[in-house]
Ligand binder design. Structure first.
Ligand code: GLN
Length: 535
């Protein structure tokens, strides 16, 4: 087993996760088995209770773990299937250690950051490595070197490299080389200082990934190499990508990062051709067609809130050789200005997941507009519930219909709390989470798209469709095209008299991949292209 640790310097948001994932892509193209894990130094047990403004999207795994969005990059860029073991937070470590202390596991001892916290961290690296057996484990340490809360993690990986042998460990530091336009110069000092911080802890990086807006000249590389004590060929340039994040592996390959890593770790596999990846990137960058999708949500100024959705749209777009232009529409602006005003010029409407009632009336208006104007509609989780509320109010004429999430006293609770949720008090990790099987009903559009009867999709919700309304809605033209195998939970709805209108209770966006777009996204984008041609 070989280990790569990815740390970050100078500032956050350098795309460390993306860089780790891209390296994963390159190593897989050498025929290596790759697994990626992330350590997050914050004290929340998981990001599930954090607001998207704090944290961006919460990415859900098959086993129901609510994790950092970087795990989404890991799954999209490699073939690894992740579990809750792959995202460790300080909160989890302290939770474990304190439970052990109360149980009496440390009787007589003082419980300390070194060795108890660091041991727990190392245990977690080993746990994931043991599952893989043979291959490469990439571990990304969240945060920035110099953060107080990150110190135990850095100390742990330092100890770990000693234990498994320095030749089996590669330290990669992602750093910023800012361009100061008034001076017309790239500045290396912040990088020097963050590497000095790492060295202080006892970690000598083997490669520096320099995030930069301008190409690194030979002189700049030399300077970084000398001051940071890293061979010049291991000073890697990672420019801001012009078009697509899927170019990052290709960029790092040009800089020979995979060669450097493999040489150090004594991995002799030759690189394989990346034709499929190149093909995908080409279709993303230079597509023939174009379509525009309105994403109607409430975190519109935050790129990270709907990360997996945007990526899924890109994957589906590439499949159809078309650029997907996303128009971010704030649901509250629809409430203010009307749906037609905001949506008449788009080819498709997507309502993503969400919590709380701010903006819901705007989303309902968007679903109603899609239904009436016959524009393709894709509703994800809350987006499905919204479509059901619109249908109840405007087709079934239950004008006060609502979800009990937004109004507990509604006379028509068409969306209501899952039975198992009624007694739950704790907010953390208590939703219906993770992969659940779903049976697709033959003869539906959904069946056409999936081409299989049993599917598995990831969930994150507390509310569901209320079966009391099923008959009535079916008679009025709603099709229930997917549900739990026992038939008690509705998972997918369609509309009969509409070219393409689907809502699903799960999150298909967590399973879409570059050359394997999710069937629902693929179908949706295809439908918007048809709509556009007609327009
Ligand atoms: N708030 C809704 C629920 O809990 C939808 C959740 C979501 O969109 N992820 O059921």
């Amino acid at each position: 087993m070989k280990y790569i640790f990815v740390t970050g310097g100078v500032i956050s948001s350098l795309g460390k996760g993306l860089t780790a994932a891209a390296l994963g892509t390159l190593l897989e193209h050498r025929g290596l088995k790759v697994v990626i894990q992330k350590f997050d130094p914050y004290l929340n047990v998981d990001p599930g209770t954090m607001n998207p403004y704090q944290h961006g999207e919460v990415y859900v795994l098959d086993d129901g773990a609510e994790t950092d969005l970087d795990l989404g990059h890991y799954e999209r860029f490699t073939h690894c299937r992740l579990s809750r073991k792959n995202n460790l937070t300080s909160g989890q470590i302290y939770e474990t250690i304190i439970a052990q202390e109360r149980r009496g596991d440390y009787l007589g001892k003082t419980v300390q950051v070194v060795p108890h916290v660091t041991n727990e961290i190392k245990k977690r690296i080993r746990a994931v490595a043991d599952d893989v057996g043979k291959g490469v484990l990439i571990t990304e340490i969240g945060g920035t070197t110099g953060d107080i809360e990150g110190l135990p993690f850095l100390e742990a990986i330092r100890q770990f490299s000693l234990e498994v042998g320095h030749d089996n460990v590669f330290f990669m530091h992602v750093t910023l080389v800012p361009y100061i336009s008034v001076a017309g110069e790239l500045k290396t000092k912040p990088t020097q200082q963050s590497v000095a911080k790492l060295r202080e802890i006892g970690i000598m990086p083997h490669a520096l990934i320099c995030r930069t807006e301008q190409p690194l000249s030979r002189e700049v590389r030399q300077k970084i190499s000398m001051f940071c004590n890293v061979p010049i060929e291991a000073v890697i340039e990672e420019m801001d990508v012009a078009h697509s994040i899927y170019e990052v592996p290709l960029m790092l390959q040009k800089e020979k990062l995979d060669d450097i890593v493999c040489r150090h770790l004594r991995l002799h596999q030759r690189p394989l051709k990346m034709n499929a990846w190149h093909g995908f990137v080409k279709r993303v960058i230079k597509p023939k067609y174009k379509t525009t999708i309105a994403v109607v949500g409430k975190y519109m100024d935050l790129q990270d809130a709907y990360k997996s959705i945007y990526e899924s749209l890109t994957h589906a777009g590439a499949h159809h050789d078309c650029a997907v232009e996303v128009v971010n529409v704030d649901a509250e602006h629809i409430e203010r200005d009307g749906a037609a005003n905001k949506l008449k010029n788009v080819d498709g409407i997507l309502v993503p997941g969400g919590f709380g009632d701010r903006g819901t009336e705007g989303k309902i208006a968007a679903a109603a507009y899609a239904r009436k104007s016959k524009k393709p509609y894709l509703g994800l989780c809350l987006g499905m519930q919204i479509a059901v509320i619109d249908f109840a109010r405007h087709v079934a004429k239950l004008s006060k219909a609502n979800s009990t999430e937004f109004n507990v006293y509604t006379p028509h609770p068409v969306i209501s709390l899952l039975e198992e949720q009624k007694t739950i008090q704790h907010k953390g990790a208590s939703m219906r989470l993770g992969a659940w099987p779903c049976r697709i009903i033959k003869g539906t559009r959904t069946a056409e798209l999936y081409r299989q009867t049993m599917i598995s999709e990831r969930h994150r919700h507390r509310y569901e469709f209320n079966n009391l309304y099923r008959r009535q809605f079916e008679d009025l033209g709603m099709i229930f095209s997917g549900g739990s195998p026992r038939g008690d939970l509705i998972e997918i709805v369609e509309l009969r008299n509409h070219p393409w209108f689907i809502g699903c209770q799960f999150h298909p966006e967590f399973q879409s991949k570059p050359n394997r777009p999710h069937p629902l996204f693929r179908g949706f984008i295809g439908a918007t292209l048809n709509a556009r041609r007609k327009r």
